[in-house]
Design a protein around this ligand. Sequence first.
Ligand code: NAD
Ligand code: DAU
Length: 332
Amino acid sequence: MDRLLVTGGAGFIGSNFVHYLMAHTDARVTVLDKLTYASTKESLEGLPEDRVKLVVGDIADAAVVDPLVAEHDAVVHYAAESHNDNSLHDPSPFIQTNIMGTFVILEAVRKHGVRLHHISTDEVYGDLELDDPKRFTEDTPYNPSSPYSASKAGSDHLVRAWVRSFGVQATVSNCSNNYGPWQHIEKFIPRQITEVIDGRRPKLYGSGENVRDWIHADDHSSAVWTILNKGAIGETYLIGADGERSNLEVVQQILKHFGRPEDDFDHVNDRAGHDLRYAIESGKLRSELGWEPKFQDFEDGLGRTIEWYQEHQDWWRPAKDATEAAYAAKGQ
Ligand code: NAD
Ligand code: DAU
């Protein structure tokens, strides 16, 4: 595992993974990233130049992917269109990148016999009722709701088919909602933090009772590194840190951090097909591979994330006006 190709490594979770590798391993990394609106080169700034190289390119372009894959020991595949709301507006890039792109990666690792770890989401399982004692496990049937989650479900199925039919050496992980530094401000937590920094009110879709299961991006990274090194080929591992909170609770926690009243938010138009609750049972990863999350206290991790956005306004400010204008046009 000395030479890793990390697709989508200039995005939120991919860049956190590259930072994690630099801090905790000796791996050398090539990031393959198309540098879409969701990415920035700044997220990779300050990393050792002799260990991290950025290649700007499309994972759906076999002429770019094939020779790169041949030069590496493993591919860690993060690249995707990742925002549910965008997939409701225009599903096309989600099909192209998440399904066709994954197909191109699979053909390259098959040809060159290179190990693959495919990054996926808990959203492939659909949603749970608020009062359901069950959580998602590796055996939960797939039931995706949005074009985004359906495209991720499709990519997961492709990976498993390539393992079974062609003997591709791959593992899959499905993780819950990540928070932490370098997350685009279109997403829930950074949107609300930056709204409050700018003196506006947080915006809750619908009732705000929807529940997400939050995990710090650093813990996602340590889980992926564990699976790469100890995971069994062909297996799927769910990644989660027991961080269930309603959207209302998260907004109130952000307001509390800033010393603002806990009802100082607005309800805005709901998301079409809005999944009610996600919850991960990560016992397989913990008992079989010995992984544990470090950020056990969500409120502490959220506080550090708020401070990061306060200290990195140069990074997010260029995207803020356009992001809010797009939301305002939808009544969100
Ligand atoms: P992101 O949108 O922040 O980053 C995606 C990255 O992929 C960007 O750098 C973008 O430029 C790149 N990219 C997009 N299309 C590309 C293409 N055709 N070729 C090359 N690069 C391309 O997303 P994220 O939140 O960091 O998510 C990363 C992965 O993790 C995705 O596969 C997502 O499904 C999965 N995931 C995300 C979460 C979450 O909470 N954000 C949770 C579980 C799983
Ligand atoms: O569960 C994993 C998934 O988590 C990943 O696969 C996705 O890539 C990632 O974007 C995330 O999906 P969500 O749709 O859960 O995340 P988002 O940040 O868009 O929204 C989180 C919740 O907050 C959701 O219930 C919608 C709500 N929301 C979102 C925004 C942007 C609001 O209430 N207000 C908002 O302004």
